[in-house]
Design a protein around this ligand. Structure first.
Ligand SMILES: *Cc1c(COP(=O)(O)O)cnc(C)c1O
Length: 460
């Protein structure tokens, strides 16, 4: 650091230089975040002082947080939103960490004989027969595991490392949704819980959460649904606009797709086995960064696990803190409260319908250059293979897959270098991935696809 500070004017000239090097989202198809709603930004500024880690000093912000949790529980079909238990986090990663930490604590508690209660009408004495002839050591000696779909977000890799647990990855079907039988077959005496995804990062797909819920109940395991992206999409899908968006282009998938009316996709608290859900307002919720939400069905599903991270905070105005982080931005709470109140269900429906209209337009433009999406997009994430059709099948050999990944990567890099379009690629299959966020226009899509066409023609 310099001994002497620099004048404000000079400083802001410098800041301008840095902010010019950042994106303004104009040519971004790779991000799950977007330009926040103006009311969110205004509310954020109004609450810059607020620290929700010290609720006694910021009672107003605290009240808003309670209301955000209640509103979110209600869009997640909670039968009694007031009994939902949760708080705001920095995003999906932190929410997932905390959800899995509680799974781990509950598992250890149940195996050490202390009582916990996943579902009031279940006897949750998890793995009692496994443990009846031994003590806690049998569990702590073998690694605990968590069952996640193969398509799970990379935050679960961090979680496995952080919490010292093993990830067991369940197989996915040709629509990139987890196969319930595969999940069930992976359950063993060291399984601490199950993960389902509503809006997978790569494909936007929703796992069959209803089936996972049944499996969770049968095996008396907690089920956490990662709806970081999908939480502000699936509840607001209008089935008409969805069906319209898939008409014509990917006919072999239509029949399957039509069998599920998307507005009726169940993925949250209307399923009895779901114990927690994470949702990110800083993605399709149009709030500011950082804004995440973690909600548990109720406080009792946590059992004594809550006590483990509840720390006494004598020097603060509240008696204890039960969040992972200490100081937390009340400005994010205010921003999220503001945008949810301002838009209402109607506003979020419009937001999703705008994005699905983009999906529609995207598919038409793709067809124009002779391409189709890899799977019929259920929400505003579209994946496209730029390799020849006969070499991208799941049973093609490894060398061909590697070549296809390389070709995809080359096209992705050229889209950025030559034309400035930020696009990502998928790992599960060789494909380009486009997230059609509210900052994108139909014109952007047409321009980008024309540039893609030029690149593909040059490859021929
Ligand atoms: C974005 C995302 C996350 C991670 O959220 P962050 O806010 O980046 O921490 C986790 N899961 C899914 C499904 C996501 O899409």
């Amino acid at each position: 650091m310099n001994e002497k500070g620099i004048p404000e004017e000079e400083l802001f000239a410098e800041l301008g230089f840095f902010s010019d090097a950042d994106t303004n989202f104009k040519k971004v198809f790779s991000s799950m975040c977007t330009i926040p709603h103006p009311v969110a930004v205004a509310a954020q500024q109004k609450f810059v002082l607020s620290n929700i880690g010290d609720p006694g000093l910021f009672r107003g912000t605290c009240e808003m947080e309670t209301e955000v949790i209640r509103m979110t529980a209600s869009i997640l079909n909670h039968p009694n939103p007031k009994s939902a238990f949760g708080h705001m986090t920095s995003g999906g990663t932190e929410s997932n960490i905390e959800a899995v930490l509680h799974m781990k604590n509950r598992f250890s508690d149940s195996n050490s004989g202390s009582d916990f209660n996943l579902n009031s009408n279940l006897n949750s004495n998890l793995n009692s027969d496994f443990n009846s002839d031994s003590n806690m050591n049998s569990v702590s000696n073998s690694r605990l595991n968590l069952i996640v779909p193969k398509t799970a977000h990379f935050s679960f890799e961090k979680i496995a490392n952080l919490l010292g647990i093993e990830l067991k990855k369940a197989d996915i079907d040709s629509y990139f949704r987890v196969i319930p039988e595969s999940v069930e077959s992976l359950i063993d005496e060291n399984t601490i819980g199950l993960i389902g995804i509503a809006g997978s990062t790569e494909f936007g797909e929703c796992d069959p959460i209803e089936k996972l819920s049944e499996i969770a109940i049968k095996h008396e395991l907690p089920l956490h649904v990662d709806a970081a992206f999908g939480g502000f999409v699936y509840p607001f899908l209008d089935s008409d606009s969805v069906l319209d968006s898939v008409s014509g282009s990917v006919s072999d998938f239509d029949s399957d797709f039509n069998s599920v009316s998307d507005s009726e996709i169940k993925f949250a608290f209307n399923l009895p086995g779901v114990t927690s859900v994470s949702v990110d307002p800083h993605k399709m919720g149009l709030s500011v960064i950082p804004s995440g939400i973690l909600i548990f069905k109720n406080e009792s599903v946590l059992g004594s696990s809550l006590d483990k991270i509840k720390v006494k905070t004598p020097y603060l105005t509240s008696k204890y803190q039960s969040t992972l982080t200490g100081t937390r931005p009340g400005s994010s709470v205010a921003a999220t409260y503001a945008v949810m109140k301002h838009l209402g269900v109607e506003g979020y429906r419009e937001n999703v319908s705008y994005c699905m209209d983009l999906v529609n337009h995207f598919e038409k433009e793709l067809n124009r250059i002779g391409l189709t999406p890899c799977i019929s997009p259920r929400i505003n994430i579209v994946t496209v293979s730029v390799c020849s059709a006969n070499s991208t099948g799941s049973n093609s050999n490894e060398t061909a897959q590697t070549a296809n990944h390389e070709k995809t990567e080359k096209i992705r890099a050229q889209l950025l270098e030559k034309y400035g379009w930020n696009v990502s690629a998928t790992k599960t299959i060789p494909a380009l991935r486009f997230v059609l966020m509210p900052h994108i226009t139909k014109e952007d899509i047409s321009n980008m696809i024309s540039d893609l066409e030029k690149l593909l023609n040059a490859e021929k």
